[in-house]
Design a protein around this ligand. Sequence first.
Ligand code: 5GP
Ligand code: MN
Length: 321
Amino acid sequence: MKRILEEFEKAKRIVVTAHVNPDGDCIGAGLALFSALNNLNSKLEKEERKVIRFILQDTAPKNTSFLEHFLLIEKYENIDTKYDFDLMFIVDCGDFDRIGEVKNLVKDGTKIINIDHHESNNNYGDISYVDKKISSTSELIFNILKELNLEINIEMGEAIYTGILNDTGNFSYTNVSKDTFRVASELREIGVNNEKIIKEFYDKKTKERLRMLGYAMSNFEFYEDKKLTYVFIPHSVYENYGASREDSEGVVEALRSFEKTEVALFLREESNGLIKGSMRSNGIDVNKIASNFGGGGHIKASGFTTDKKPEEVLKIVLNLL
Ligand code: 5GP
Ligand code: MN
């Protein structure tokens, strides 16, 4: 933690980033950290102040747009890449490549701070703060800010709470520890409104999203001998429904909810023809399976992107189970 602060003090231009296909945890953790860095910055003399930006390859999900400073999140394609950053914070990212094009901002001498909780994290940072047991990167950011005695205001608290909800399935997965509840309780104490966040983050679904869920629920298959529940959604279906990537959030969790499921596999075709895989399990190590396709994640929740055909991916997964 001391080294993190030292790097902050030395740096002039700082960028916060997170993974491609951003989710509630990387947005929550990223925004809370971004706010904390800005608060530190505002205490410096004017001439000492740093440039601090939050840049992602992909657009942040709409259901996080209620969070403070959401509009300050920039998309890589819109930024001026001549810029050199001397410090990069990467949150919620198991491997360096998962920040996508944002890696072009790393120049000789850019220091990298890796703050994460993925099982597959390989400590790629100059400083790596990785806790593989913790529920979410957002919970980890809460601990870091506390430890550094930095203020956590209600807006940062909402971001952290959203991240925890995202990665714990609303406090329902085994990654919820007594510390997760303690953090939630402390957030409640500073005024975080759990009902508001559930409404904004979970219960406001677009028509496209409900349609995609309907498609997936009508078309999934179940492979009895391996207890695998599977669906593939071609790109044409997204086009037919006017849906985007984030409209199929929740599909893989719905697949897992089928009572006989041990492993759920959701494949979707991206506009470039690549296949994005999402896996969930009730105990089987899907991080290991995802690593066969160059992906990773957690034991019970992992993902990958591959140029293999969906039928081929399905065959490989069935063989590995
Ligand atoms: P999802 O299926 O929701 O995309 O991701 C499930 C989990 O696996 C998340 O923790 C996510 O960060 C991780 N994950 C998803 N795709 C990849 C990938 O391509 N590479 C790695 N290393 N992790 C991934
Ligand atoms: Mn996470």
